[in-house]
Design a protein around this ligand. Structure first.
Ligand SMILES: [Zn+2]
Length: 430
């Protein structure tokens, strides 16, 4: 009897345990009226080690995840700053459970697409890996490469797509990347959709013939798997050794690159914006760096997909524009317009801007590093936030109905960026 009860209790707590972490957590929407307020709110969120889902900027409200017991203190201090707060989600556990239910239901009705991955679910690391292997076996244009191992030993795998096996040094290289931040699940269909268009459908023959593509779908595999298995909003890597007790795990990869390293990130291991022990301390950021360095003389466009905010950002995170700032803005606007033309009417139009000027100053991003070492066009692409019909899903949570659309609409933007590269690549100017 005791055994039965114990077993029942264990099973019951196991099924509940997954999202129990978020019981009582709330999400606040923060509205600021000027940049100074934005900076003070961000400093407060950092000091309290909160998980900032999106920065509040004068024209863009931000979202922040707050543990229940911290609510009153946070409200008082935000009030003292003069910013506005509004409760967006009153129990985060419930919305995470809702997302899981919606995704599970959608997946149970999923139709097989022979030779392809479906766009009604968020595929796991192993599924993506076998898809990449299948493509490499079937298509001459495709090679699968490992850029090294993650902290936990997973291969960081990317696809090279080329009609000339990367041997034609006159071709520009474009790199697409998703899931540098583990929880940003909806970025995965963006790179998978691009792969499908470039390898299987070949809807744009000129883009396949004249460009060498590098596509890295899961840049942070350890964090990604952890976000599926344990903590939904896990953002960082899973590396240890940052504190004596290993109480706080992981590094924010998008603060770990060597550009202004450490200036506007956190040196506290428990922070969501912890930058790590030094630039490129993480094998995952080393992997991205090594890919870019290998193709630096030919890489024209680097496109790092994140979630969320409906915004295309370019360097630098300190608010200083690169010498080609106007071009970065121009191409960013062209990509944004192409997405806006096919986006769901319920989603806002894309904004385009400099990272540091649009939000607070940020340091150590992959985008800044890649721009800084000489790739002409380097972007952070923030996908739209997800709000399902009754508005209960928000932030990085995924509405299964949006998965295919996420891939489709973003591809329209990537397509325009690639065409701009074809017409204006550095080689054409010599
Ligand atoms: Zn991100």
């Amino acid at each position: 009897m005791f055994k039965t009860v114990l077993l029942f209790t264990l099973c019951f707590s196991f099924s509940l345990a997954k999202h129990e972490h978020y019981d009582g957590y709330v999400v606040y929407k923060i509205t600021v009226s000027d940049k100074q307020q934005a900076e003070r709110v961000y400093a407060l969120e950092n000091e309290l080690l909160f998980d900032v889902w999106s920065y509040a900027a004068p024209s863009i409200p931000g979202l922040v995840l707050v543990p229940g017991p911290m609510r009153e203190r946070f409200q008082t201090e935000v009030g003292n700053i003069g910013a506005q707060y509004e409760l967006q989600v009153d129990n985060v556990k419930e919305v995470v459970e809702l997302e899981e239910k919606l995704l599970t239901t959608a997946a149970s009705r999923s139709k097989k697409r022979p030779g392809r991955l479906s766009f009604d679910k968020i595929h796991r690391y192993a599924e993506v890996n076998s898809f990449l292997d299948d493509l490499a076996e079937k298509y001459d244009t495709v090679t699968v490469v490992s850029a090294g191992k993650s902290f936990e030993g997973r291969d960081i795998r990317y696809l090279k797509i080329s009609t000339t096996n990367f041997q034609d040094t006159n071709k520009p290289v474009i790199m697409l990347q998703s899931l540098l931040h583990a929880r940003e699940w909806v970025t995965l269909p963006v790179t998978l959709y691009a792969i499908e268009k470039l390898v299987i459908d070949i809807t744009d023959r000129d883009l396949v013939d004249n460009i060498d593509w590098i596509i890295l779908p899961i840049a942070n595999p350890d964090g990604y798997e952890f976000s599926h298995e344990h903590i939904r909003f896990w953002r960082k890597t899973r590396s240890t050794g940052h504190t004596i007790t290993n109480l706080c795990v992981g590094v924010d990869l998008n603060r770990n690159f060597d550009y202004n390293f450490g200036r506007w990130s956190s040196d506290i291991a428990c922070s969501e914006a912890y930058h790590g022990k030094g630039p490129f301390s993480e094998p995952e950021s080393q992997a991205v760096r090594n890919i870019v360095l290998e193709h630096l003389n030919r890489m024209e466009l680097y496109f790092d997909v994140h979630s969320y905010g409906s915004i295309i950002l370019y360097g630098f995170g300190d608010g200083i524009l690169p010498p080609n700032g106007l071009t970065l803005n121009l191409v960013g606007v062209k990509m944004a317009q192409a997405i806006d033309a096919v986006k769901w009417p319920s989603k806002p139009n894309y904004l385009v801007g400099n990272l540091g000027l649009t939000f607070s100053n940020v340091s150590g991003t992959a985008m800044d590093y890649v721009q800084g070492i000489g790739v002409p066009l380097s972007y952070i692409h923030e996908m739209p936030a997800h709000n399902n019909e009754n508005n209960s899903l928000t932030g990085t949570l995924v509405d299964p109905n949006y998965i295919e659309q996420a891939g489709y609409e973003t591809w329209e933007g990537i397509n325009v960026g690639a065409r701009w590269v074809l017409q204006n690549a550095r080689r054409n100017k010599h």
